[in-house]
Design a protein around this ligand. Structure first.
Ligand SMILES: O=C(O)c1ccccc1NCC(=O)[C@H](O)[C@H](O)COP(=O)(O)O
Length: 215
């Protein structure tokens, strides 16, 4: 197991989730501002969670095709460290948001097949990080957080000029293999560390991080 793996626990909603993330050794938390998500938090709730998050844990704001007004309102209230764009934002919009807010931007790209790999190369030239996630199935309610994995061999050996994070259906049973196949140094999880949609489970978070992080 590589010694420099980082874990992102996405979709924290309660103070005890922050404690679980810290105790498990994860380095990122995802604050979900997508209203249709069971992990959605208001900016006010997110500000409370951010205040409980120690230095050294990266606070990532997850948004989907946000307007400038939405980002203005969010960043005025929540002290975030990174924006995660999880919609159909173009590379030009990514650059625009980076310039306007002066925050690092992680662009999520859905992978379903080899036809999706060119987008990773394009966003890898403008975003600060990539989130390599599973492309949502047709008709899915959510653009992410579906608990579905993609074929990791599609990205085996591929590299981009920016750090990247593997996501999509990872579990404590599969994350070590996913890291081995893809060479990922950062991994992201939401569904598999929940006891119910939107309810993070400390034991599952611990188990996932134990499986992903070196001894
Ligand atoms: O998690 C959500 O509900 C969500 C909703 C809308 C856009 C993105 C969303 N999640 C993005 C993430 O970064 C997830 O952690 C990632 O897609 C992996 O989720 P999972 O497959 O459930 O581990």
């Amino acid at each position: 197991m590589p010694s420099d793996v980082n874990v992102k626990i996405c979709g924290v909603t309660r103070p005890q989730d922050i404690t679980a993330v810290v105790d498990a050794g994860a380095r990122y938390i995802g604050l979900n501002f997508f209203p249709k998500s069971p992990r959605y938090v208001t900016p006010e709730k997110a500000a409370e969670l951010a205040a409980l998050t120690p230095e050294g844990i990266c606070k990532v704001a997850l948004v989907v095709n946000p307007t400038d007004a939405e980002l203005d309102a969010l960043t005025a209230v929540v002290p975030i460290d990174m924006l995660q764009l999880h919609g159909s934002e173009t590379p030009e919009r990514v650059a625009e948001i980076k310039a306007r807010y002066g925050l690092p931007v992680m662009k999520a790209v859905g992978v379903g097949g080899p036809e999706d790999l060119a987008a990773l190369d394009a966003y890898g030239r403008v975003a600060d990080q990539l989130l390599v996630d599973t492309k949502p199935p047709k008709g899915a309610d959510l653009p992410g957080g579906n608990g579905l994995a993609f074929d990791w061999t599609l990205i085996a050996g591929r590299r981009w000029p920016v750090p990247w994070m593997l996501a999509g259906g990872l579990t404590s049973e599969t994350v070590a293999e996913a890291i081995r196949v893809t060479g990922a140094r950062q991994v992201d999880v939401s569904s598999a560390v929940e006891s119910a949609p939107g309810v993070k489970d400390a034991a599952l978070i611990q188990g996932f991080c134990r499986a992903a992080l070196p001894d």
